[in-house]
Ligand binder design. Sequence first.
Ligand SMILES: [Zn+2]
Length: 366
Amino acid sequence: MNLFRSFLLILLSLIIASGAVHSQYQVRRVVIDAGHGGRDPGAVGKHSKEKDIVLAIALKTGEYIEKYLPDVEVIYTRKTDVFVELHRRAKIANDAKADLFISIHCNAAKSYAVYGTETFVMGLHKSDANLEVAKLENAAILKEENYADIYDGFDPNQDEDYITLTMFQNAFLEQSTILADEIQRQFRERVKRKDRGVFQAGFLVLYHTTMPGVLVEAGFITNGSDERFLISSDGQVYIASAIYRAVKSYKEEMERKDNKAQQIVRESVKDTVVASLPEVFFRVQFTSSKSPVTFREKKYRDIPDIKEYRQDSWYRYSSGNFKTYDEAVKHQKFLRENKKFKDAFIICFAGNERISVEEARKLTKN
Ligand SMILES: [Zn+2]
């Protein structure tokens, strides 16, 4: 078999694998997560508590989605003033096989002058300010019993722990960012709020979810004007409708793109047998690109078993096929250090289904 033919075969198998791994992504189930609750008030302002504001916004957001997007089911992590652990919030979303996770919060700053909206996606923080927001939100686990056991010794106040946490970067980074950008655009253009931007940081609640997700900071409760807006009924309606509109346009965009991608995959899969895959396996995603990568260059030669999968107009490439997490970590290190793919991260599957690293580690331990 000549080289080019084998290259073609590899490419074909990549496309097939992508079809097997990626079932059609539609937005059918959305989890709305009102931050904090019960014994955890969240950030506290002069006249209000974060937990009350975000519950009101969450319920309104869900109401709009249910009313105007009748094919979407809304699932709440809480509908009343109760305490819900962060890992349980994620479990609610994972068990429901939700397509989208939206966590709603209010921000706090030492300076009363700071105001505006921010939306976060899971990833490595690029500034101390972003790290501080994650610390503030993750501190909710200190109110949970057995948090050290449940979160594998994660300490919300330790900077180093955030590096480890974000080793497993959000595999849904692009999708989550599309939604985050849309939320900020709605806040800026339709609600005239200050748009402070879209950022990455290590949020436990997003880390534990296995679908695209964002954490919205709807304003600073520590700023007088932001707080007045957030506690007003009008303000809550505006914020909720902005999030609803962002979900709507995200859904439209995803389903349009996804259908295109699916067609391509289906055409290539015709007349071909899909190889069966081991129960639980680990791969390392090392790059993604807006246009397909050919991997003809020398430097790719010793990267084993490269697979492509296309989703929402991005081509994602992963390598390796490991039965254990430790092998995957070794391979990740190789890709990061020897191959200079500094953002390479581990992804896991059970059969055709994408699962969280945490879940895969649990399954392979037994
Ligand atoms: Zn919060």
